[in-house]
Design a protein around this ligand. Structure first.
Ligand SMILES: Nc1ncnc2c1ncn2[C@@H]1O[C@H](COP(=O)(O)OP(=O)(O)O)[C@@H](O)[C@H]1O
Ligand SMILES: [Mg+2]
Length: 267
């Protein structure tokens, strides 16, 4: 039986007159890795913020792990993990200390704190450096720590907003390898935004390309390429077409600036 872990129904968010997310409807199955693609300003982060209950929809609804984001936000929060676009760990604490704070936050029983934190660190290959200050971590290590932090309570659905931006290819592969492990071990469903098409192609079961707040195309990478004329086209060409990057899809200075800032902080 296929279990649906995420279902958007006409999900919409306006800022004043501007429609940032426009009547989105799609579903993600349990255990799926779903990629949300699109150029700057397409509406990816706004979508994720609504699905994580950080931002109220203007209209429409969505269920996450079976709970409505509008009427059951507390249940949604208990079922999810979230790695935001900007850095979310404290550089002045050690890796271990960062995770301990979240073990408390997530109501994990005190007697289990140490074991659970250690397990999460081991899972992300950070156990050896757990007593080092996070300010001295590389960008890839910071991202792996953030994933450990957001999965301490073993959420059913994990949202990651550009988890690999600003990382070198080796660090990116390592982040993905650990995400795949997470899915294998816990069956975690993941919604991931990324700019890197190769990553989407290698690791996502399905992708949606967003443009101006709407879904321009959705399916497996293979399906999108076939719908676009098959093997003679690359995923890059498909993306450029649907994300309309060729004709300047927009994206304000603020979007680019935010992204650069977070890429810089990750080194
Ligand atoms: N708090 C806000 N107030 C006004 N406009 C916003 C706000 N947040 C996002 N936007 C606008 O909504 C659009 C989508 O932004 P965002 O979801 O961050 O896009 P993405 O993550 O795909 O780059 C952009 O044009 C952005 O400027
Ligand atoms: Mg964004």
């Amino acid at each position: 039986m296929i279990v649906v872990d995420l279902k958007l129904e006409l999900l919409t968010r306006r800022f004043g007159d501007f429609v940032a997310v426009d009547t989105l409807s799609f579903s993600v199955n349990s255990g799926e890795i779903f990629g949300l693609l699109g150029s700057n300003g397409a509406g990816k982060t706004t979508t994720i913020k609504m699905l994580t209950t950080l931002l109220q929809p203007t209209s429409g609804d969505a269920t996450v792990a079976g709970y409505s984001i509008t009427t059951q936000p507390v249940d949604v929060r208990r079922s999810i993990g979230y790695v935001p676009q900007s850095v979310s760990v404290d550089g002045s604490l050690t890796g271990y200390e960062n995770l301990l704070i979240f073990a408390k936050l997530y109501d994990i029983p005190t007697k289990d704190h140490h074991a659970r934190v250690l397990e999460a660190l081991e899972f992300m290959n950070l156990a050896d450096v757990r007593n080092r200050l996070v300010g001295q971590f590389s960008g890839g290590m910071v991202r792996r720590l953030e994933i450990a932090q957001s999965t301490l309570h073993r959420p059913r659905v994990l949202f990651l907003d550009e988890p690999t931006v600003g990382l070198d290819p080796i660090a990116r592969d390592s982040v993905w390898k650990h995400l795949l492990n997470l899915r294998t071990t816990y069956g975690t469903t993941m919604v991931i935004t990324t700019h890197y098409l190769e990553e989407a192609q290698s690791y996502c079961d399905r992708i949606a390309i967003m443009h101006l707040g709407k879904i321009a195309a959705i399916g497996t990478c293979g399906e999108l390429m076939v719908s676009f004329g098959g093997a003679s086209h690359t995923l890059n060409e498909v993306f450029d077409y649907y994300a309309a990057t060729g004709n300047d899809a927009g994206g304000s200075f603020r979007d680019v600036n935010t992204e650069r800032a977070s890429a810089q902080r990750l080194g």
